[in-house]
Write a protein that binds this ligand. Structure first.
Ligand code: PLP
Length: 265
């Protein structure tokens, strides 16, 4: 069995980053983009991983083959390594690289057909939300609050603006315009978010990036979330307020179908 030292800085400090990748028909979805984002996160927190992106890609691909699941979810976690506990970076330390391959539970079609409820929570995260850091405590607390409120996801609100979910990106539809908060320090640039923006433009939708206040979000005609496991999921309630007609909207459904087409093509 693989083990990690109790002195690993991932365990001691959450000093590391990660990626979650999934397969469709046994092929990793946008693997290179995930690996690129992992190296970007590593650079931002100054972890010098010597494994190259090509090597990582090959390990992921062989792991998928060997695990033989119908569909696989792959976590790649990299920490600064194991060293006696000190806040400053140790001089002699090798990054710890862990990958897990598990069977993917697909989101149920019923959930997608019905849509989900979300709540808003104060964004108590640090200022570098663009780094896919192992420090997920605010995300865990937010998600737990959502579950206890019978909601699917919690949306982080900072300075009156809604940025993203605890584990998903946020989109809102106003008339014919599809808006998502801009990349920067306050959200993770989701791979699915990028794919959905691209697909939306291809099918002629007006896709734009702009800040969305919580007040404006209540007035949206449609809201949906994107993410590796949730794909495109319609939101029908925000903090007990019904969104749009209280059922998945036409533009959300169109983007969901277009994403499924892109996946199967
Ligand atoms: N935002 C946060 C905070 C996340 O944790 C995630 C996914 O884990 C996303 C957005 C969606 O990113 P992706 O589409 O790459 O899964």
């Amino acid at each position: 069995m693989a083990t990690v030292s109790v002195e690993d800085r991932g365990f001691q400090f959450g000093d590391g980053v990660y990626e979650l990748i999934r397969t469709y028909n046994g092929t990793a979805f946008h693997l290179q983009e995930h690996i690129r984002r992992l190296y970007k996160s590593l650079k931002q927190i100054q972890i010098p991983l010597t494994t190259t992106p090509d090597q990582l890609e090959r390990i992921v691909q062989s792991g998928i083959k060997r695990s033989q699941y119908a569909e696989t979810k792959i976590y790649i976690q990299v920490t600064r390594g194991a060293a006696p506990r000190l806040h400053s970076f140790p001089k002699w330390v090798f990054p710890t690289l862990v990958m897990t391959f598990r069977e993917l539970d697909k989101i149920s079609p019923k959930t997608v057909q019905k849509g989900v409820a979300i709540i808003s929570v104060d964004d108590i995260r640090w200022g570098w939300c663009n780094v896919k850091s192992l420090n997920l405590l605010p995300n865990l607390l937010a998600r737990e609050q959502a579950i206890r409120s019978n909601a699917f996801e919690a949306i982080f609100v900072r300075d009156r603006f809604a940025w993203e979910g605890a584990g998903s990106n946020l989109f809102a539809v106003f008339g014919k315009k599809v808006v998502t908060p801009p990349v920067g320090h306050y959200l993770l640039s989701g791979i699915t978010r990028e794919v959905v923006i691209k697909i939306g433009k291809q099918i002629g939708l007006k896709m734009s990036e702009a800040k969305i206040s919580l007040d404006a979000l209540y007035q949206a005609d449609e809201i949906f979330l994107t993410g590796t496991t949730v794909e495109v999921i319609p939101v029908i309630r925000l903090n007990q307020k019904t969104i749009g007609a209280g059922k998945p909207g036409a533009i959300t459904s169109l983007l969901y179908k277009s994403l499924q087409n892109e996946i199967s093509s």
